[in-house]
Design a protein around this ligand. Structure first.
Ligand SMILES: [Zn+2]
Length: 315
């Protein structure tokens, strides 16, 4: 079989490279089909050969896409126990290897468990991912997790730091088996390197953590709301049928509208209060978003105000 990577670089001249892997083509077989219920709670079958896994509405989502020539995973799950569940699910569906693992961001809840899948998976994310991932490492994490249960200890004893093997600029197309994956960089929407994965034929979008499901997001200080809104525009323009968020269960492009509404109202309120001469501290004390009282993560309103304020000041 052959898989091809097409890398298009924004700032640099476009480069094109292909990696050929020779295996016995006579062994190529269609993926086995399986119901998501075969894998346990939290798994969803999106389309034939496309499965997502999130134990609940706020926990990190990880997903698999099966092709005739192997599997592409999106994110490596938050808990190592969940990574093992995902690995077992992959084995139930196909005997082909996991060829690629594409990260939607650099944070540990999406990337720390690379070691469960790689090798053999080649890990991919946008430029800046390796540095970003290194920055977030907790040297005590293996020790802490090992204390949780013998099952966890058994998995994390094999921990090894695995950084992305490939960093791309702007856009990368992966052809694997019969499927096409467009990996697209979104600037400054959540972490130091954020990718979305678009399957144009299947119209499925893995959207990362710029929008989740009715949850206030832990916005890092470097995030800027206009960049986030620009990201929604890019994702909406793809016209996806199914949107898989970075956390929670599969949904649709309506989440981009919901978050756009939230951030637009937040920016308006912060802007009005700043225009009245209020300090950031005063704004954080007084500003309420009662329209979004049913969203999870209410304790993150403060960091959302910080980022809205910085975005308005153009800092
Ligand atoms: Zn994150």
């Amino acid at each position: 079989m052959t898989f091809k990577l097409f890398a298009a670089c924004a700032a640099l001249s476009c480069s094109l490279f292909a990696i050929g892997c020779s295996t016995d083509t006579s062994s190529v077989s269609a993926p086995r089909t399986a119901a998501a219920t075969d894998f346990g709670p939290g798994f969803h079958k999106i389309k034939d050969g496309i499965y997502t896994f999130a134990p609940d509405q706020t926990t990190t989502t990880c997903s698999m896409v099966v092709t005739q020539d192997g599997v592409l995973l999106i994110d490596s799950c938050n808990s190592s126990l969940d990574s093992k569940r995902m690995l077992n699910a992959v084995k139930k569906v196909t005997d082909k290897p996991i060829r690629f693992l594409v990260d939607t961001e650099v944070h540990n809840d999406h990337t720390w468990n690379h070691f469960v899948f790689s090798p053999p998976a080649v890990v991919v994310n946008a430029q800046g991912a390796v540095e970003g991932q290194k920055k977030g490492l907790d040297p005590k994490r293996v020790e802490t997790l090992a204390k949780q249960s013998p099952e966890m200890a058994e998995i994390v004893k094999n921990y090894k730091f695995i950084a992305p093997h490939i960093e791309y600029n702007d856009r990368l197309t992966i052809q694997l088996g019969e499927r096409t994956f467009d990996v697209i960089y979104l600037k400054n929407v959540h972490s130091e390197a954020d990718s979305i994965i678009w399957l144009p034929k299947e119209r499925v979008l893995f959207a990362g953590s710029a929008a989740n499901v009715r949850t206030m997001i832990n916005l890092r200080p470097h995030v800027r709301i206009p960049d986030v809104l620009a990201g929604y525009k890019v994702m909406r323009a793809l016209n996806p049928e199914i949107v898989v968020p970075g956390h929670g269960q599969p949904t649709t492009a309506k989440i981009f509208d919901e978050y756009e509404g939230f951030y637009t109202l937040l920016m308006k309120r912060v802007g009005e209060m700043a225009a009245q001469g209020k300090s950031l501290d005063q704004i954080k004390k007084e500003l309420k978003m009662p329209e979004y009282a049913d969203w999870a993560g209410q304790d993150r309103l403060g960091v959302n105000i910080d980022v809205a304020y910085a975005s308005l000041k153009g800092k």
